[in-house]
Ligand binder design. Structure first.
Ligand code: VGL
Ligand code: ZN
Length: 202
């Protein structure tokens, strides 16, 4: 029984091995959301996922910046960029979607962060805030206007995606019980505020 309408889509953000306990950029308790996401997906006709997908030596990796440590912030061409441990490298096990996901009807996987010089938190736009991923066009063409977001991490890729989805004119809800945060230097509280201010239903 589908309670969601055929204009609804479940958008599953970056539920990948590297963002789960044991992974390179583990989000605390990140894998705890997998059963919740599987249950949500059973109510949706349309399910789309994102996959963080970096080339080796990506510019968001601290290892690319001599003398820098993970979680430092640097200034790049498009502004401030947090540096991360090497994670979600293309075609490595860490980049795989979590093996516990049960999404047989997953219809699209949007990969992001594959340009060396630009990181991408949002499912819609890369961190230069200009380069589109194509997701807004896909949703528009398919008549999918209402999003429910879940995944990792609440305060980075989920928040950026939710806010950009509002800007694209979509109705947006975030299932917080199906998300987990990094909370880097208290980043969760302002991310929740920014989502609310953008008209995201939490
Ligand atoms: C993410 C940091 C770096 C995320 C991705 O999925 O929230 N965070 N790359
Ligand atoms: Zn990344």
């Amino acid at each position: 029984m589908n309670s969601a309408s055929n204009r609804d889509v479940l958008l599953v953000i970056d539920v990948q091995r590297d963002f789960c306990p044991g992974g390179a950029l583990a989000v605390p308790d990140g894998d705890a959301i997998v059963p919740r996401i599987n249950a949500l997906a059973r109510d949706f006709e349309h399910v789309v996922a994102t996959q963080d997908w970096h080339p080796p030596g990506h510019s968001s990796f601290a290892s690319y910046h001599p003398g820098r440590q993970p979680f430092d912030s640097v200034t790049v061409s498009y502004g401030a960029q947090t540096l991360w441990p090497d994670h979600c490298v293309q075609n490595t096990p860490g980049a795989e979607l979590h093996p516990g996901l049960d999404l047989p009807h997953l219809e699209l996987i949007i990969r992001k962060g594959y340009r060396h010089a630009i990181d991408s938190y949002s499912a819609f736009r890369e961190n230069d805030r200009r380069t589109p991923t194509g997701l807004a066009g896909y949703l528009r063409e398919r008549g999918l206007r209402r999003l429910l977001l879940c995944g990792l991490a609440t305060d980075f890729c989920v928040a950026f995606s939710a806010i950009d989805a509002r800007e694209a004119g979509l109705e947006v809800r975030v299932a917080l019980d199906a998300c987990r945060a990094i909370d880097l230097n208290g980043s969760l509280a302002p991310a929740l505020t920014a989502m609310r201010d953008a008209g995201v239903e939490l």
